[in-house]
Design a protein around this ligand. Structure first.
Ligand SMILES: Cc1cc2nc3c(=O)[nH]c(=O)nc-3n(C[C@H](O)[C@H](O)[C@H](O)COP(=O)(O)O)c2cc1C
Ligand SMILES: [Fe+2]
Ligand SMILES: [Fe+2]
Length: 394
């Protein structure tokens, strides 16, 4: 448990989840995470922004007790996902006069997902304000960062934006307020890559809404608060842009090292032609690392053996995830070692339906890469370098 005053009459209630290692049963959390709620005491009313994960309700109540919170009038729900709304039913039970304040879409999700009674919900619309006595809360809709109902709450007098998942980072730390550090940047990028990247097209519009408010502080619901919002705003502008880097991401799996041998050859050839290469084994790297590199990589290469008539299941799974993340990657290639035959290329192509870039000629070979395969790998590296050069990346 951790509470911290961040401004006059404004408190961060930070549920530190140091030991959590997986989110949504999918996303690796190498540094744990936090669920941040904010308590704002107005002269007349008390507002709570978001709450905590369903797993941490008891801890959350310890924090409220520690802060000696006797009344809560409004629970502002910026996002219905259970990592922020998990304690709302219990808060409503304890604080009998409290009302949930949110938009209609979020209300529907809170009703279906947490069985919150509709009569305890007050609906707000874009740009509505709520005055709690010397403090004015304004609501703006920021859809798809992370779900369709996600909103941001602005505190007008203090110029604070409470953005929920938007600008968040899965990082458990007691360094609650940051000016920006490489560690936070990295965690925020990982968070963007895993959670926000699929909604890249809509993100600039949401960034603009926050920029127009000119916040002095951005308070997300995961990870540290930004006392210098420009840093994370600029980072989001860069990540969500169409810009790619001179980077070929080589993701591979290999049972008996034949595919791996081809990966090593390709790695050297890419270096020879001036392409930055990053090689990632699907057995040892976590999928978050792949997601992070897909934020920048101009080229993705999937290297896999054929197994039971298709790509290795780990490669199929990586392709599925890469496809769901809708990366801005411009070029895609497959490297495949096989024994007798199968539908590896076809199956991978059928998975990558969201890929809008150029599919490069695949490199396939039987067993270990022979001279001919080496030549094909050399050619692939040359083509990739040429494409990167055309985009002025080299
Ligand atoms: C469990 C298993 C299943 C396989 N299934 C197929 C298959 O369906 N079709 C095929 O062409 N080769 C199949 N192979 C052969 C491999 O694709 C081939 O040995 C390849 O060179 C292995 O690459 P690696 O050394 O990178 O694992 C299979 C191999 C194993 C171990
Ligand atoms: Fe979320
Ligand atoms: Fe979240």
């Amino acid at each position: 448990m951790a509470v911290k005053q961040i401004s006059k009459d404004i408190y961060l209630i930070n549920t530190l989840h140091w030991e959590r290692r997986l989110f949504d049963e999918l996303i690796p959390l190498p540094e744990g995470t936090t669920y941040n709620a904010y308590l704002i005491k107005g002269k007349e009313k008390v507002a709570l922004i978001d709450s905590t994960d369903t797993l941490k309700v008891e801890e959350f109540f310890n924090d409220l007790k520690y802060l000696e919170v006797e009344r809560i009038d409004y629970i502002i729900s910026n996002h219905a996902e259970q990592d922020h709304s998990g304690a709302i039913p219990a808060v409503l039970d304890k604080y009998r006069d409290a009302k949930v304040v949110t938009n209609e879409k979020c209300a529907e999700l809170l009703i279906t997902h947490l069985q919150i009674p509709r009569e305890r919900i007050m609906i707000i619309n874009e740009n509505d304000t709520l005055n709690i006595g010397g403090k004015t809360l304004r609501f703006i809709m920021t859809p798809w960062v992370h779900w369709p109902e996600t909103q941001t709450t602005l505190l007008e007098e203090e110029k604070i934006a409470f953005t929920c998942d938007f600008f968040g980072a899965h990082l458990a730390t007691t360094d609650f307020i940051t000016e920006g550090s490489p560690e936070v940047y990295n965690s925020a990028k990982r968070y963007y890559a895993e959670i926000m990247a699929p909604f890249r097209n809509i993100i600039p519009k949401n960034i603009e809404k926050i920029v127009n408010f000119n916040p002095k502080m951005i308070c997300p619901s995961h990870g540290p608060i930004y006392s210098n919002p420009q840093l994370i705003i600029d980072a989001y502008k860069e990540w969500s842009s169409d810009r790619v880097k001179n980077l070929a991401l080589l993701v591979y799996v290999s049972m008996h090292h034949s595919t791996e041998k081809a990966v090593r050859i390709l790695e050297q050839k890419l270096v020879d032609y001036g392409v930055q290469a990053k090689v990632m084994s699907l057995t040892s790297a976590d999928i978050g690392e792949m997601a992070m590199n897909l934020v920048d990589a101009a080229t993705l290469i999937l290297a896999t053996p054929t197994v039971l008539g298709s790509a290795h299941p780990n490669a199929l799974s990586a392709a599925l995830l890469a496809n769901l993340l809708r990366p801005k990657t411009k070029f895609l290639a497959v490297v495949n070692s096989y024994g007798w035959g199968g539908k590896t290329l076809e199956d991978l192509k059928n998975i990558m339906t969201n890929f809008k870039g150029e599919l490069l000629e695949p490199v396939t070979f039987k067993g270990l890469p022979d001279k001919e395969a080496e030549e094909k790998l050399n050619n692939l590296a040359k083509i990739i370098a040429g494409k990167h050069r055309e985009l002025n990346l080299i």
